[in-house]
Design a binder for this molecule. Sequence first.
Ligand code: ZN
Length: 180
Amino acid sequence: MPPRALTLFDFARSGGELHGRVSLPELHRLSELLSSTQGPPVQWALQGFQRERIGMRPQAMVTLQVRGALPLICQRCLQAMQYAVDETVDFRLVAEEPELTQAEIEAEDEALPAVHPVDVLTLIEDQLILALPIVPMHDVCPQRDAPEPTPSRTDEAPAEDRQHPFANLRDLLGDAKKKR
Ligand SMILES: [Zn+2]
């Protein structure tokens, strides 16, 4: 299990490294957003380091990597899908919640308040939740059990509906001509 209280400033200064696996049912907030918790455990790795800065003290950093396959329902074909997540994010450790300047908003790393020990499990879960797609969809939806050779009548109905306004317009124009 990922540590629930890790002093990240010390971890960064000592160049710490941790990695492991966490099973989906242990990630309660994430589980609520998944179609199932039947899936391989998420792999995670956390690495601490210090980023050298000219004329300043080194910036304490941690890199978090999460990798997994999350069970979701495709919103196009409504069948199960595995959404692959492979995210790496750099966190800049800060003393307190920063007031973000434009430069910080545009920065590639994120500021992480780390005066108090940080719950690494929560950090991992947050990254997985952020990685979820707004509308999950297969790249290419799998065929249903047996491919249908011809579209059924019901499949054609929407196309016929779309043509209606034009058909009506034609009738109206026809009526207009007759009246002239
Ligand atoms: Zn699909």
